[in-house]
Each structure stands twice: as C-alpha cells, then as structure tokens.
Design a protein around this ligand. Structure first.
Ligand SMILES: Nc1ncnc2c1ncn2[C@@H]1O[C@H](COP(=O)(O)OP(=O)(O)O)[C@@H](O)[C@H]1O
Ligand SMILES: [Mg+2]
Length: 344
C-alpha cells in the first residue's frame, strides 16, 4: 500500500524520539516530547465529513463479509440508541465498546476498522474518528521502563479515535523479561480511564487471538464483541480484483478472468495465504507485467498505444504476476499441475 510521506515523516520523528529516550537521559526525554508533539499533529486524519449513510453504503459495497456487515449494523444501531439515551440523561450500558476482530491476514479487518472509526465520528461518539494502527513494536519497548511510555504514547495518538492493534496476540508472548504483558496492563488501565475517548480494536489470527484473550483475566471481559472475518472464496477474490480494476480504470482482456481464477488460490489454502492482500499484490504485479509488455512493443512507440491497450490486463500479465509473486507450489508434482492449469 502506498505510504503517505507525512505519515513517513511523523513515524521517523517518533522513532527519533524513542532513540533519544533510550539513550540521552532526561534531556532526551524533553526533546522526545517535543518531537512527539510535532509528529502527533501530523497524524493523518480522516478528512471529509462523510455521513453515516455514506459510510454504511461503503461498508455494504465491500465484497462478501455478510456476517461482518450484519454485526456492524447491529453495533451501529446499539451505539445510536446509546447516544440518544445519553441525550436523555439515561444511564449508559455497562458493556464497553472495545472489539476483537478475528481473521486471517487480508480479510478486510483494517478496512472495516477504518470505516467504523469514521462511523463513530459521524454518530458524534468520537471527535476525530481517525485510526491509529500499531503492532507489538509500537507498544512494547526493548528496555525496562520504555514499554509503558510507548503504550501511553500510542494511546495518546489514538485519543478521540480508534486504536487498532494488529496481531495483538504477540503481546502475550510470556517469555521471561518480555514486556508484552506490561503493555497489556497499561492498555487495560487506559481503556478504562479514557472510555469515552477511545475505542480499542485488537485483531489477529483467530486461533492465536483466543489464546491471547485468555492470557489475562481482565482481557476478554473488556472486549464486548468478537467479529469473525472469514476467508474469501475464489469468487469473492475475483470480485475484489474486479473492484481494484474498476477503481484504477483497468479492465480484463479476453480470457484473463479465467486465468485469474486459476491463479487465485483455492479455498483449502492455509492461514498465511493473504486473502484480499494476495489479490491486491497480484493486481499490482499484473500492472507491472502489463507495463513491461507494452514497453516492449516492437516499433510502436509508447505514445502510439491507444486507450484500450493502456487499460487492458491480459491473461499473460496475470501469469507473469503469479510468477513474480512466486505463487508456485514447492512440491514438483503440484508445480507441474499448477503450470498445466495455467496453460489452460
Ligand atoms: N471485502 C472486500 N472488498 C473489497 N476490497 C477488500 C475487501 N477486503 C479487503 N479488501 C482490500 O484488500 C486489502 C487488504 O485488506 P485489509 O483490510 O488490509 O485486510 P486485513 O486488515 O484483514 O489484513 C485492502 O487493499 C482492502 O482494500
Ligand atoms: Mg490489517
């Protein structure tokens, strides 16, 4: 995914601050605070004030994810009622608003979390509705005393928005001298302190997340809803790829859809297969392959290519893309049948 230069710069500033904290003593701490203030101001925010309706139709426009959509609608309904109750001075429900997203990589967790953050803003429940995404490295320090500081910082950046902790199970490593549990303690405390200004979503592989939620007695009860993101079927991956194509003004040439179907992994794939993320990488590689193919055109200058050629991804582009990703089985027999399938 393309990185925003501002995001890069603010990340670099924060890293610099971290280094200073760890190496330069009290003066370092002061400078680090200043750097952090600068970088936090630059935190990219969800701009545009999209209405709840617009956000809901974007959610509904996502391919598949039927149960996720249903649960999101239920959550939004619940939150709307809570917010109305609050206007009438009625007591808020005891259940917190923190969530668990269970699913393999590339199943749409971050995408849905980002929309949900904006929905919170649209409902007036969070002031900014931005999403701060961190993983273990963004919360856990390497030295004694740095973890609580780091976790606090991530939380401060996320205030009035959503803190999305990817692969959260990595916080429960449990080796001795591991500071993961310290991050969890700090997090649980701040979730309570800031319960009206922060929504925390923890995400990751279902199996590992369940172990994580059981690793600390306070954890599971703090997360009121668990939402399952199933793997995509081949048809859904095709539809997702079609969406990428349409968004970027590309189209499939003759036979390319069939090739794509053969290249996309079968449903019996493993945990690490990458789902929609795989579809995106394949699409991006196909763009490269198309560019190489077009740049090679004998005689015809690039300038002569017509609109149609510039838009079309051919079957061979997807084969080159699959090869570039190395999506070729390791076992020789499987590899032979893979190429046979590709050859159609
Ligand atoms: N249901 C979907 N419909 C359309 N695009 C999707 C869908 N799910 C995921 N994507 C796209 O696939 C990519 C990976 O999704 P992401 O939300 O980052 O997955 P995760 O956070 O679960 O790893 C993103 O580019 C996203 O836009
Ligand atoms: Mg993600």
């Amino acid at each position: 995914m393309p990185r925003n230069p501002l995001e890069e710069a603010s990340r670099a500033l924060r890293q610099l601050g971290d280094r200073l904290r760890e190496t330069a003593g009290p003066e370092g701490e002061w400078i680090a605070e200043q750097l952090e203030r600068i970088s936090t101001r630059e935190e990219p925010r969800t701009d545009g004030d999209r209405s709840l309706g617009e956000l809901q139709s974007e959610l509904d426009g996502l391919v598949g994810l039927e149960t996720v959509k249903e649960q999101m609608h239920a959550l939004v309904a619940f939150l709307q009622v809570q917010s109305r109750r609050k206007e009438h001075g009625l007591r808020e429900a005891a259940t917190g608003q923190h969530l668990v997203f269970l699913g393999n990589p590339g199943t749409g967790k971050t995408t849905v979390a980002r929309l949900l953050a904006e929905m919170y803003r649209a409902m007036g429940l969070l002031k900014r509705g931005h999403l701060v995404e961190v993983d273990r490295a963004g919360l856990v320090g390497e030295y004694v005393g740095t973890t609580a500081v780091k976790t606090d910082r991530a939380i401060r950046r996320a205030l009035d928005g959503v803190l999305f902790i990817d692969e959260a199970y990595a916080l429960a490593r449990g080796e001795s001298r591991d500071f993961g549990p310290e991050a969890v303690e700090t997090l649980l405390k701040r979730m309570e302190d800031h319960r009206h200004r922060l929504v925390v979503i923890v995400a990751g592989y279902p199996r590992l997340m369940n172990r994580f939620l059981d690793s600390n007695p306070g954890l599971r009860s703090r997360f009121s809803r668990e939402i399952d993101f199933p793997d995509y079927s081949t048809d859904e991956l095709l539809a997702i790829t079609a969406k990428f194509l349409a968004e970027n003004e590309y189209r499939l040439g003759e036979g390319a859809a069939e090739t794509l179907r053969r290249v996309l992994p079968k449903p019996e794939r493993s945990e690490g297969f990458g789902n929609a993320r795989f579809a995106r990488t394949l699409f991006e590689q196909a763009l490269n392959a198309q560019a190489l193919r077009l740049a090679r055109v004998e005689g015809a200058a690039l300038a002569d290519l017509d609109r149609d050629e510039l838009m079309t991804l051919r079957s061979e582009d997807f084969i080159a893309a699959a090869r570039a990703i190395g999506e070729v089985p390791r076992d020789p027999e499987a590899r032979r049948s893979f190429w046979r399938r590709l050859a159609g």
